[in-house]
Design a protein around this ligand. Structure first.
Ligand code: A2P
Length: 289
């Protein structure tokens, strides 16, 4: 992949392989070291009482395509790992990893994960995978990334990947949340992107973030599905309605949001693709703890 040329040398001193005991009397193997490594939390930022992001060390051997997800988690008091799927929110070239997470008060993982601090250990799976990747789309002119809530995470990765701008003339990212505060991550990220020395020039003039809220007063209200159906999305952006000849889509949100948005794309004549059979749009459920 061309963007791997941008990789900086890795700082890898903090990484260690997970302990494995082969003694019959000692504890059982904690985590299969073939499946996960122990990384360090580098920074944590809380956006709302429901949302936060954190950055971790990245092992030199950890390769992924922007938009993919991986298992991450924590060791439990019983000595067993607790892992959940998370989209990697940082791009493939970044020497660190970033994740964007919801906080579920009684969620087995996120109730603990929300308390992590810089320096803490975190488990990182070794097998990133997923369908929200550029390779799963056929060539097009305009790329739409439709997201709700934490479904923005894979797009936080893709909008920071130069390949996105090499492949598409226009990149439209929609992010719909219940409340205004929940849009901060996407808004700050896209704002900073334009000023980024690496990607800013490529992204400028190509990327547009289209935000809306459904449960709090905001200049633009409504679910993305309603905004597509009414044609307001296209009017606001000054672009023609969805067209399989030019438009490609990626969808990430709740299962219902994906189904409803995919139905609208299909109605416009776009067909769903996958890694094995690239086509005009791809989907992935936003993962929640
Ligand atoms: P709403 O407030 O009308 O439910 P959640 O946090 O529940 O995943 O929701 C995130 C955003 O996704 C909310 O703005 C929510 O709108 C919206 N949403 C929920 N279900 C759908 C759906 N089926 N289609 C489009 N948007 C949806």
């Amino acid at each position: 992949m061309a963007n791997e040329l941008l990789c900086a040398p890795q700082q890898d001193q903090t990484r260690k392989t997970l302990p494995v005991s082969d003694s019959a009397v000692a504890e059982k193997p904690l985590v299969n070291p073939k499946l996960a490594t122990v990384e360090k939390v580098l920074s944590v930022e809380h956006y709302t009482d429901r949302l936060f992001r954190f950055r971790t060390t990245r092992p030199q051997s950890f390769r992924f395509r922007s938009g993919e997800f991986v298992m991450i988690g924590l060791m439990q008091e019983n000595g067993k790992p607790l892992l959940r799927a998370y989209s990697v929110a940082s791009p493939a070239w970044d020497e660190e990893l970033e994740f964007y997470s919801i906080k579920v008060p009684d969620g087995p993982l996120t109730s603990r994960l929300q308390g992590i601090q810089p320096g803490d250990d975190i488990l990182l799976g070794k097998k990133p995978t997923g369908t929200l990747v550029l390779d799963a789309l056929t060539p097009g002119k305009r790329l739409y990334m439709f997201s709700t809530g934490t479904g923005f995470a894979p797009f936080a990765s893709l909008v920071r990947d130069p390949e996105t701008y090499e492949k598409f003339e226009e990149v439209i990212v929609t992010h719909t949340c219940r409340d205004v505060d929940e849009l901060r991550y996407s808004q700050e990220l896209v704002e900073n992107l334009i000023n980024d020395p690496l990607i800013g020039e490529m992204a400028q003039g190509k990327i547009r973030l289209y935000t809306s809220c459904t449960r709090e007063d905001y200049p633009r209200m409504g679910r993305i599905t309603n905004l597509i159906e009414s044609g307001k999305l296209f009017e606001d952006l000054g672009v023609p309605p969805l067209d399989p000849a030019t438009d490609r889509g990626m969808i990430c949100g709740s299962m219902e949001m994906i189904q409803d948005t995919a139905a609208l794309l299909e109605k416009a004549g776009l067909t769903e693709g996958s890694n094995n059979a690239p086509s005009e749009f791809v989907i992935e459920k936003a993962f929640a703890g």
